[in-house]
Design a protein around this ligand. Sequence first.
Ligand code: ATP
Length: 355
Amino acid sequence: MTFLQLDQLGKTFGDFRAVESLSLDVERGEFISLLGPSGCGKTTTLQMVAGFVEPTRGRIRLNGADITAMRPEKRGMGVVFQSYALFPHMTVADNIGFGLEMRGMRGAGKLKRIDETLELVRLPGLGKRYPKELSGGQRQRVAIARALAVRPEVLLLDEPMSNLDAKLREDMHVELRGIQRHLGITTILVTHDQVEAMTMSDRIAVMHGGRIVQLATPYEAYERPESAFASSFLGKTNVLKGVVEARNMRCCEVRVGDSLLHVPHQEKSLAREVNVYVRPEKVRLAPASASGIPATIRTRLFLGNHWLVEVDSALGPMRVSHPNIGAVPPAEGEAVALHWLDDDLRLLDTEAAHG
Ligand code: ATP
C-alpha cells in the first residue's frame, strides 16, 4: 500500500487554478522534492498535505486512511517553513519542546527528547539560548529540530534552506539527507533549487503550471527529461532547432543547418520541427582537424572545477562545459571541432517547449 497518496488534488483560488489534478504516490521513508519555478503550485500542494489549505478537489490518504478533512495537528506531520517561524520569546529548548507538550509529553521524557533532537541537528548545549542569539544556520536547525522532536510520520519542508548562504546550504543538504535516512522519515521538500532537489531526493516531481510534468529519480530527470521545460529547468542545456528528415526504428535524422544529427529515437510522436537538446558537459572539444561540428571559441571562463566555453558553431552558438583535467581549452578565436555521443542527444517537440 502506498504510504502517502495525493489523488487528483486540485486547488482553485477564485477562478485561478493554482494546482490541477495532481496525483503522487509517496512510499514510506521516501524523500520527494516538488521542484519548479515560482508560482507553479508547490507551496499550495504542500499546504494541502499539511492541512493548512483545503483542496478544492481530490483526496489525500496516509497509510490508507483518508485525511483530506483532518485537522493539521492530527495528521502527525512536521512542517518547516522558509521563515523558520520560531517563537522569539522562547528558548531553543522550549521551542523544540512545544510540540511535545502539546502531545502531553512532560518532565524527564520531554527533556531527554529535546537533548536527543538537539544532538541530531548538531546543536548540543544550545537549549538555553533564544532565537535572536543564534546564527541563521543555527535557527534553521532549531526549526528542523522542532519539527523532528515529535517524531512525525511525515516531514514537510517549504524552502527551508533558502535563507542560508551557498556553502551552508550545501552542507545542510548532505546533513539533512543523513538525518532523514537515519530516522527513515517520509519527506516532501518544496524547492525551486534544482541542485537542492537533485542532492537530496529519491525522486523529483518537476512542476509547471499547477501540474507535475515529470516524476523521476534525479538521474532520470536530468538525463532523460520528458519536456523542454524539464530539460531547461534541471540544469543548462543547448537547444538546436532542426527538422526531421528521416526516421527508422533506432534513430531520427535531424537536419540542423548544414549538418545531419543522428538522435536516438524516442517513443513519443514527434513533429517534423524539433528541438535537439544536448547538455554542455556532453560536448567535447576536439582539434579542428578531427571530425565533428566545426566551431570557433568565443569565450572561455575558468570556474574552478570546469571551464565554461562558449563557441560559435556550424549549428549556432553553443555552450561547452570543459572539465578541468589535463589540457586547458583552446584560446578565444581558435578553431575546434565539437564532438558528442549520439546517445547524449535528446529530441523534444517544439510544441512541448512551453510545457
Ligand atoms: P513560490 O516558489 O514563489 O513560493 P509556489 O510554486 O510555491 O511559488 P504557490 O505559492 O503554490 O506557488 O502559488 C501558486 C499560485 O497560486 C500562485 O500564482 C499564487 O499567486 C496563487 N496563490 C497562492 N495562494 C493564494 C491565495 N491564498 N489566494 C490567491 N492566490 C493564491
